[in-house]
Design a protein around this ligand. Structure first.
Ligand code: AMP
Length: 266
């Protein structure tokens, strides 16, 4: 990537509700192709065709760019989403999240984390001890932005994931997002499952465990999904955390280790 750096973000909605979003980084030459692919994606979402699409392009200060390595990835096979959620709870406990915080996150995700019971555009922020919700806007959540794979890594990651039959947009983008979340000050762990009705896998990410993918975290056909970022309450600087997640540009230049799938044995 050249010295020029732009953030390009897409947000689409249908009948006033969030449909999809995506964030990329690119140089001047990459912008129009990136914009076209993001618009196509908003029009081809499995939950419907967007009736409003916003694409935002912003020049960034290349001097502010951070680089890092993606987290390691491991797939844990579970027979169904009930066992997947039990496994997620155990992984979160192992990462240092208190049981109250785990049950709070799971119930918000099951009910739908927005005040109307729907999906958020962004993530919930949850106190990893008390389970309290900490994000300033509960209708929107916190959207992690301004991150991408370095162009030189995109192909290498695709090849590595393909050898595990995992080279899809869900995994690629979630690895990048989890990589930035784990680099953020005060984050203990993340829990995610998609809002795409046909995608039932999800993950727990933590600095000790990396990206631990669980093959089922929700029932097939369920349109609800979301993300919870668990925060260490001691010394938490919420404005600094929000600035990092939303504004600091981060490019991933190296892969973490990829492990063979194993059956979950709790
Ligand atoms: P997805 O994996 O794209 O289906 O997203 C699942 C859920 O994660 C969405 O419903 C949002 O609540 C949340 N989410 C998606 N993208 C982001 C992001 N960039 N930052 C924070 N939360 C996100």
């Amino acid at each position: 990537m050249s010295a020029e750096l732009f953030s390009i973000r897409m947000h689409s909605s249908l009948a006033g509700s969030h449909l999809s979003g995506a964030e990329r980084l690119g140089d001047r030459r990459a912008l129009s192709a990136l914009a076209a692919s993001l618009v196509e994606r908003a029009l081809a979402h499995e939950r419907g065709e967007a009736d409003q699409i916003r694409v935002t392009v912003e020049r960034l200060d290349p001097g502010a760019l951070l680089t890092g390595c993606l987290p390691g990835l491991m797939t844990l096979r579970v027979p169904d989403h009930r066992q997947g959620r039990q496994a997620a709870a155990e992984l979160l406990r192992g990462a240092g999240v208190a049981p109250e915080a785990i049950s709070s996150a799971l119930s918000w995700l099951l009910e739908g984390p927005s005040p109307e019971g729907g999906n958020l555009r962004g993530a919930m922020l949850i106190d990893a001890v008390s389970g309290e919700r900490l994000e300033p806007d509960r209708r929107r959540g916190v959207r992690v932005s301004r991150m991408d794979l370095a162009p030189s890594l995109a192909e290498e990651l695709g090849r590595a994931l393909a050898s595990f039959d995992l080279d899809n947009a869900h995994v690629r983008e979630a690895l990048v997002l989890a990589g930035k979340v784990l680099a953020a000050p005060g984050v203990v762990a993340e829990l995610c499952w998609s809002d795409d009705p046909s995608y039932t896998a999800g993950y727990v990410a933590s600095s000790g465990g990396g990206y631990q993918r669980l093959t089922h975290l929700k029932a097939l056909g369920d349109p609800r999904g979301g993300r919870a970022f668990f925060l260490r309450p001691e010394g938490l600087d919420l404005p600094a955390l929000l600035a990092f997640l939303e504004k600091t540009p981060m490019l991933f230049t190296g892969l973490g280790p990829l492990a063979h799938p194993v059956d979950w044995r709790g």
